[in-house]
Design a protein around this ligand. Structure first.
Ligand SMILES: C[S@@+](CC[C@H](N)C(=O)[O-])C[C@H]1O[C@@H](n2cnc3c(N)ncnc32)[C@H](O)[C@@H]1O
Length: 333
């Protein structure tokens, strides 16, 4: 696929379906060209969100032990391919793809085989979905808004067979809230790897925090801003290319009887720091809850500078006096 081959009409039709809720009415891919155009543009943007999530998981010093990956609701298959690249040939025994659109399954299979000739790529059968076979690493990307309650229930029973779940969605309040619900349902059986730095109940569920949601921002590759094709795509699709908000969840099954791990001492910034003249505010989440913290520039000028240009996962170890940040050390590898 090249920019010249892009099917703009298909992209406009898809965008209409995503915005109107029509995408929840059943399979909507009409041709491999639809998928190729999507994968090249919208899919690539989703890939940048996956890059941010996988970088954060690496920062947390974590990789899944399971070697089978299942990309559920694969569409063009960008999520499965990003995970395969992250895991590397030696840590992945099979990449499985599933979508209720056969066209999507075929496209994702071909794309993964093309990019990773050394990796076994399989199409999941309805029999596998209905079985109780282990799933390994369950990868879910940008599907939540398309699932009626019945389908979400089926996905939950698949999640119960997974060793690991990595789930990335748009960073809207509604979708973040839905992911928090998933977290709470699975928290007893799964260890929360990220974005949370703790295993406690999500404090965003507290009535006082109703106006907040758990979202983060990925950085697109800087070169796209001077690429006339991407700029034109942003204009035609009505997308601000600079803003890539996402919500996510990475969970790993607990060994039976294992204790809940104690708090890590780390905090995760939600959204982005808000920087004013001489001070900044961040919404910080940790085992003690979600708190609005204030940093005076004079207390930690280096941190203030980082808040101005946040890069990578915003995970910190604070030195605090009440709701004041006196200093903050970012988690580094
Ligand atoms: C917005 S696309 C995202 C595709 C891909 N996961 C990505 O991140 O680019 C949503 C995908 O979910 C699929 N989907 C929606 N409902 C589904 C269901 N009930 N079972 C399987 N796939 C479903 C659609 O066919 C579509 O391919």
């Amino acid at each position: 696929m090249t920019w010249e081959q892009l099917d703009w009409a298909a992209l406009e039709r898809l965008r209409g379906l995503f915005l109107s809720g029509g995408a929840a009415q059943g399979p909507y891919w009409t041709s491999p060209a639809d998928l190729a155009s999507y994968d090249f543009t919208y899919g690539e943007r989703i890939g940048w969100k996956w890059d941010a999530v996988l970088q954060e998981l690496a920062l947390r010093g974590w990789k899944p032990r399971a070697t089978a990956v299942l990309d559920w609701g694969c569409g063009g298959g960008v999520a499965g391919r990003r995970v395969a690249r992250w895991l590397g040939r030696d840590r992945i025994a099979v990449l499985r793809v599933w979508d209720h659109s056969g066209l999507a399954v075929d496209f994702a299979t071909d794309a993964a085989r093309h990019d990773f000739p050394g990796i076994r790529v399989e199409q999941v059968t309805p029999g596998f979905l209905a079985s109780d076979e282990p799933v390994g690493v369950l990868v879910i990307s940008h599907v939540l808004t398309e699932l009626p309650a019945r389908e979400l229930l089926a996905l939950r029973s698949l999640a119960a067979r997974a060793e690991v779940i990595i789930w990335v969605e748009p960073g809207t309040p509604e979708v973040s809230r839905a992911l928090i619900e998933v977290r709470e349902q699975l928290r007893n059986r799964f260890h929360v790897i990220a974005p949370c730095t703790h295993q406690a109940v999500c404090d965003l569920l507290a009535p006082d925090n109703a106006r907040h949601w758990c979202h983060h921002f990925a950085a697109p590759p800087p070169e796209i801003f001077s690429d006339s094709n991407w700029v034109r795509f942003g204009q035609r699709a009505g997308i601000d290319l600079r803003s890539l908000p996402y919500s996510f969840l990475a969970l790993e099954r607990r060994a039976p009887g294992s204790a809940q791990e104690s708090a890590s001492g780390l905090s995760r910034v939600l959204g982005e720091p808000r920087v004013y003249k001489g001070f900044a505010r961040v919404l910080s989440c940790d085992a003690a809850g979600v708190t609005e913290l204030t940093l005076q520039k004079r207390d930690d000028p280096g941190l203030f500078k980082q808040f101005k240009r946040p890069a990578g996962a915003q995970v910190y170890r604070w030195i605090r006096a009440g709701d004041k940040v006196l200093a903050g050390n970012p988690l580094t590898q």
